[in-house]
Write a protein that binds this ligand. Sequence first.
Ligand code: SAH
Length: 420
Amino acid sequence: MAIQDIYPTALRLLGRPVLVVGGGPVAARRAKGLLDAGAKVTVVAPIASEKLRGLVDSGLLAWEQREYRTEDLDGVWFVQTATGTPAVDTQVANDAEAQRIWCVNASDHESSAAWTPAVAVVDDVKIAINAGGDPRRAMALRDAVATALETGGLPLRRHRKPGANGSVALIGGGPGDSGLITVRGRRLLGQADVVVADRLGPRGLLAELAPDVRVIEVGKTPGHHPVPQLEINRILVEEALKGNRVVRLKGGDPYVLGRGGEEAEFCRQNGVEVEVVSGVTSAISVPAAAGIPVTHRGLAKGFSVVTGHEELSEVPARPDHTVVLLMGVAQLRESAAALAGSGLPLDTPVGIVENGYLPEQRVTIGTLETIADQAEAVGVANPAVIVIGDVVRVSPFAPQHFKTADYSTITPNRPRVRTN
Ligand code: SAH
C-alpha cells in the first residue's frame, strides 16, 4: 500500500463501542489507546496478558474470555485485531470488511484497512505519524517532533483563543544569553500571546517571537523609568483575564531578588493561574562567567546572596564563606567597610562582573581594601555581580599573586566572553 493511498483523519470514539481481538501486549497497548480516547472497549481473547488484566481489574474494559466469533463485530465502530495468529486476524479483518467496519490488522500491515500511527501529545496538540509502513521510523519521527514542540522549536502558539481565562508564566530567563533559559521556559515563551519583558534577561529571544506577539516593556530603558511593581502586577492580571497566555520574562531566577513571589501571589489572588519556571540566577552564573565557582573544594563550602550592606552583619565574615552581592554597585564602599568591620580580612579577594554573559562583560578584581577605589576608577556600573571570598582566586582574571596551591590543579571554566 502506498502512503498516498491513506487518508489521515481523527476518529472521535468517546462512548462508542470498539472491539479488540487478542490478549497480548500489542492488543493491550491498542486497548489502552482506545480507552484513552474514551471508547467503550471490549476485548475478546481466551488468554489475557498481565497488562490487559490490569485494565480489566480496574473496571475500564470488558473482557470476553473466549475465541473470536463473527457476532463480536455487531454494533462496533472500529476493530483492532492482534491475536498473534494470522489466520484469526485475517478472519476478523474479512468479517469487518464485509460489514464495512474499519479494522487494523496487526499481523498484515499491507492488507490492513486502517493503520495506527505513532502518536504524541504535547499540550493540546496531538501528532500522528505514518512513515511508509516502518513503525520504528514513525516513532523516531514522532519523538523528534514531540521534542521540538516541547522545547519551543516549533510554533505551538494558539491562534484561536478559547473563551476561558488565559494564564501567566513567570519565567526565569537567565542572566542574558539566549542559551541560558530552561527548556520549559523556552517552550512557554513560544506559546505566549503577550510577553512582559525586563531590561535584564535574554533580550535576544524577543527578536525570535512571532510578529503578532505583543511585547510590553516594563524594565528601565535609557530615558524611561521602570514601570512600578503594582502596575506590572496589574498588567499581568489584565492581559491574562483577556484570555491571553502571558509570559513574564525575567532576568535570572524569578524568586531570587526578582519580586516573582509578589507577582505570583497577585495573579493567584485575582484568579489567574500562574506557573513559575525557575531560571539560572545571575548570583551563581555571572561569577561562573568569570571563572568563579561560588563554592569550591578547599576554598568555600557555602555562600550567601544579599543585596547590600544592611544584611552583611548577618553573613559569616570569613574568606571561606562566599558573599555574592546583587544590585550592590552603588553601595559597594559601604558593603566592603561593613564586611571589614565584621572581621573579614582586608586582603580577601573581591571580583566584580559587569554584564555577565553579554558582549560587554567586564571583570574587575581586587581586595576588600582596594575594590571600591578600583570600581570607581574604571566606572563600574550595574548590572554587576560582586563576589567576595577566596573563590575569586580561581578566576583566570585574578592576578598571579592571588593564586594559591589549594586549587592549582583545577582548571576553571573558560568564560564565554573576555573583555577587560
Ligand atoms: N532575579 C535576578 C536578580 C535580579 S536583581 C537573578 O536571579 O539573577 C538585579 C541584579 O542582578 C543586578 O543588579 C545585578 O546585580 C544582577 N544581574 C542580573 N543579570 C546580570 C548580568 N547579566 N550581569 C551582571 N549582573 C547581573
